[in-house]
Design a protein around this ligand. Structure first.
Ligand code: THU
Length: 305
């Protein structure tokens, strides 16, 4: 694996890609043509892991960490060339699971060491992305300066900046929900519920796109049993994640809902708007929010400081 590279980058909505292209060319950017890209995001335990397949061009595995913030961001990454993308993808999907797939058409322009991406993303729309690749010993001041100048030329104003990555935007729009449902179905098969015979499977998506599962674990000493939600939360926290973005609960009941204690446990890591899909074995029966499940709940904000 190569040494980590560094980028400073910024992305925003592009309501008029033709005008952005014209402005970039008028400013002296070179047009490097159009690339079709398919990024498959794997549910990595820590950080982000994606396989990028490019046409023209080959495939690369990319591992990186990135904070979501509405400013020019710095990201560290590792790149590995992949000669057999289909085989690698099958292996990674079997081992880790796929979180989401992002497909886009990207026009690449170059200007003074900055890559300008004019992206049309399936299911999301048009975006402009600026990426300054940093020299190894740079303090990043020059890269931030170049980005600031290009933003002005291209009219990438603050109100258009989008801090989230395309994968996160697609997941927030529900693109990963059926994968969570399938995971809940699979983990439910492993429930240890010989006393109630009520098998529950839960799947959670974290703030990095990581997917976590748990089943209920009962005990001959009945009060020692634990719910599927609790098992899944333990897996999420153990991975290093700190937020729950989406919940799937599955059981063979008319409408299974998390018990009172698990609503409180889920609320510790989620927001009132976090979706909770209540499922039977065949799929989603009803979707509610955490706020609906636990109105007026107690939280860390209620503790004395
Ligand atoms: N149970 C869960 O795991 N999650 C729920 O949302 C409801 C109930 C488990 C606890 C116990 O093992 C069994 O279902 C019957 O209550």
């Amino acid at each position: 694996m190569s040494a980590p590279h560094r980028n400073v980058e910024l992305k925003g909505h592009d309501p008029d890609p033709a005008a952005t292209l014209a402005a970039a060319l008028a400013h002296g950017a070179s047009d490097e043509g159009v690339i079709r890209q398919r990024d498959t995001y794997l549910a990595a335990r820590t950080g982000r892991l994606k396989l990028r397949e490019q046409e023209p061009g080959g495939a690369q595995l990319i591992a990186y960490e990135r904070a979501d913030e509405a400013s020019a961001r710095q990201s560290a990454y590792h790149l590995v060339d992949v000669p057999e993308p289909a085989a690698l993808l099958a292996a990674l999907d079997a081992a880790l699971g796929t979180s989401v797939v992002v497909e886009k058409e990207r026009r690449l322009l170059l200007h003074d060491g900055v890559r300008i991406h004019l992206d049309r993303v399936r299911g999301l729309g048009s975006y402009v992305e600026l990426e300054a690749v940093a020299a190894p010993d740079s303090d990043l001041a020059a890269e931030h300066g170049k980005l600031a100048r290009l933003r002005e030329v291209l009219g990438l104003t603050d109100d258009r900046v989008v801090p989230e990555g395309y994968a996160a935007l697609l997941l927030a729009a529900g693109e990963g929900t059926q994968r969570l449902v399938a995971l809940a179905h699979a983990v439910r098969e492993h429930a240890h519920a010989p006393y109630s015979r009520f098998h529950v499977g839960v799947a959670l998506r974290d703030e990095h796109g990581g997917l976590h599962t748990g089943a209920n674990v009962e005990n001959a000493s009945y009060p020692q049993g634990q719910c599927a939600e609790t098992s899944a939360i333990g897996a999420l926290v153990g991975s290093g994640a700190t937020r729950i973005e989406e919940v799937v609960v599955m059981a063979d009941a008319e409408l299974v809902t998390p018990c009172g204690g698990c609503r409180q446990r889920l609320a510790e890591f989620s927001s009132p708007g976090t979706p909770v899909h209540l499922c039977g074995p065949e799929g989603i029966r009803r979707t509610v929010t955490m706020g609906e499940l636990l109105p007026l709940g107690f939280g860390a904000r209620d503790l004395p400081t």
